[in-house]
Design a protein around this ligand. Sequence first.
Ligand code: NAD
Length: 415
Amino acid sequence: MESYNSFQVAQHQVREAARLLHLDQATIELLSWPQREFRCTLQVRMDDGRIDNYHAYRIQYNYARGPAKGGIRFHPDETVDTIRALASWMTWKTAVLDLPLGGAKGGVCCDPKSMSLRELENLSRAYIRAIAPMIGVDRDVPAPDVYTNPQTMAWMMDEYETIVQRHHPGVLTDKPQQIGGTEGRRDATARGGVITVREACMLLGADPTKGFAIQGFGNAGQRAALLHREMLGGGKLVAVSDSRGAIFRAEGMDPEELVMHKLKTGSVLGFPGVKVIPHEALLELDVEVLYPAALENAITADNAPNIKARIICELANGPTTPEADIILNRKGIHVIPDILASAGGVTVSYFEMVQDNYSWFWEEELVHARLDSKLTRAYRAVQEAVREKKVHPRLGAMVVGVARVAEAAKLRGWV
Ligand code: NAD
């Protein structure tokens, strides 16, 4: 069984890209470590009157290209290394998309499911009080991540504005639209992924109207199901899964009905006319496109040899282990790596920062068009690196991202 420290994986990926780019040792050292790390313990008043302590982090991995950017997780299993890894991946993701941003991530070790709404609000406000000196539109701009959402951002923005005593909506993104959020954020990650699938199909001569499967029918997965059909002119959704189970129907399922079913019952299980299949079987189906949209390490050296999809679009962060990557590449499966495939969200977050700055908000169509243009360019830049360096797409994407950050660092005289 493979077992990984995700930060070691992230460092390995940087060094591999750096080797292909012939970067000097000083640059490799700079890019292998976070530039700034902050740890603290938050004191939060609970509903029964007692005070609980929570360990919290904010890590700004690299800000050579602009203010650091990345989400905040509320999760019991967060460690300094998981946050370092996620902050590293944000750095390469914003660079691959050519956004004028760096990369960051934050987290609080807590169990949000066991906390009341008021306790979560107290925690959110305590966190922002702790990190206020290091964030801002020109420093670091957080966003939601696992178990945080637009409501969390609204509390955090309010706390920040109370501290600085002025209106400052761009300090956080993915806010509700009524207080500075943007059109087009809710489906941005899935939309970005589907745009890259469209480009991949054109490149490979693949047919997006054939079968596709989605692992993880949450925010990203549900929207990918709807948008795949809408944007690519059809496609049979033959299988989906969530944490409770996986379902299959060879003739395809109606994504809209499935979304309604999941909304009503809380699971994809029980959808009429389908067969329940084991979780692992979904990943091994003979489909044109597979969207992993659940958790890390779904595709491993154990199941990669059995994967038959022609294209894998990684909407989830880190769904494929390094060993599995090599196997998929040998099998000729076209992997669209997470730092490209799931970059639609941060791209539209950047659009939100721009709109907040000008206090002038764009129509939804404009957000979609600009997202399409950014993702299409990024996909093509990665393919060019793949051809030029003769590497697999994940390494191609890392080469593009690492080269851009290294160049910015050199111009600044950091290396
Ligand atoms: P979510 O919590 O809304 O959805 C996750 C889904 O995966 C849930 O339906 C859950 O039941 C399911 N799931 C969990 N374990 C599973 C398993 N073992 N097998 C099958 N399904 C399982 O989360 P989300 O926002 O859709 O994010 C999904 C992934 O996409 C995460 O890796 C996240 O980091 C990544 N991502 C999301 C965004 C975004 O904007 N939402 C942006 C970038 C990356």
